[in-house]
Design a protein around this ligand. Structure first.
Ligand code: 2AM
Ligand code: CA
Ligand code: CA
Ligand code: CA
Length: 266
């Protein structure tokens, strides 16, 4: 895709993401419907659905030939990454959205023939927009993010983990993760995968490990993190498959392999 087309798509996508943020803020002012999906912890609201629909309508209108993959499934089922594919999470961190009214993000990744070209993560309540264009660097609110510190050591690292590590895990040796927790400087749990990626790109945390993420959780974040010298893989070190769920280790390249050594299969 040529430079001008990407630039134009980026500007367009940014505008839509800001508008989608306004829609979310507006809808939060009134009561909204909350439902569960798989289980009582898996929430979806009418705001998630309306926001995905809002983005889908705009993309369809301007780019009728692009595919759109979204968490709430208002688009078509995407079975191949051929052509241009928008991978969207309208609200990443729905639990935070419902319980806290903050710490959630809109995530939009644009892939062309499987290659990540544009990543946008918008922290709606903080009004922080993270953006990246492949080969063009990563930015927060228009200001370039620095490349990650390649002298970072694992004992000086902050690592994003979620609560599954506090309970028995059928796939991984808990003792190994306990070792990791002892070894790093600290752990954090933000409740939004997209924001964990954005924080790695910003250099305010250094790694994020989780056992199951969908394509829309990671599509934008991977591009952002790539642009500043971070690395994303599955916990077996292999590349992610953006057509299915994956285990994920995203980290500053300097410590990626060091963290990987603590994630030991049972
Ligand atoms: P969501 O809010 O869009 O559902 C919470 O730790 C993070 O994991 C959020 O980014 C959340 O995205 C995601 N998440 C929650 N439940 C999930 C599930 N069942 N499968 C994959 N990702 C999930
Ligand atoms: Ca969800
Ligand atoms: Ca999500
Ligand atoms: Ca979501």
């Amino acid at each position: 895709m040529n430079e001008d087309t990407t630039q134009h798509m980026l500007q367009q996508a940014k505008q839509w993401v800001y508008e989608a943020g306004d829609l979310i803020k507006e809808m939060m002012e009134r009561p909204y419907e909350i439902n569960t999906k798989k289980d009582r912890k898996d929430l979806v609201t009418e705001v998630d659905k309306a926001t995905e629909q809002f983005l889908l309508d705009r993309i369809r209108n301007v780019y009728p030939h692009h595919q759109v993959m979204g968490e709430e499934g208002v688009g078509e089922k995407v079975e191949s990454l051929d052509g241009t594919v928008w991978i969207i999470d309208p609200i990443d961190g729905t639990m935070n959205f419902v319980h806290q009214g903050r710490f959630f993000a809109i995530s939009v990744g644009i892939y062309v023939d499987g290659v990540g070209e544009i990543g946008l993560i918008y922290d709606v309540m903080n009004d922080d927009l993270y953006e990246a264009r492949r080969g063009g660097g990563a930015y927060k609110n228009g200001k370039a993010l620095n490349r990650l510190d390649q002298t970072k050591a694992i004992d000086d690292a902050l690592v994003g983990l979620n609560n599954v590590w506090a309970t028995p895990n059928r796939r991984l040796k808990e003792e190994a993760i306990h070792d990791l927790v002892r070894h790093v400087k600290g752990t954090r749990s933000y409740g939004s995968a997209a924001l964990e990626f954005a924080f790695i790109a910003e250099g305010i945390i250094d790694a994020y490990v989780t056992m199951r993420l969908a394509p829309w959780d990671v599509a934008a974040g991977m591009i952002l993190v790539d642009e500043v010298g971070g690395k994303t893989s599955r916990v077996d070190g292999e590349p992610l498959d953006l057509l299915r769920e994956n285990t994920v280790l995203c980290a500053n390249q300097a410590i990626h392999d060091d963290v990987l050594r603590y994630i030991v299969p049972k």
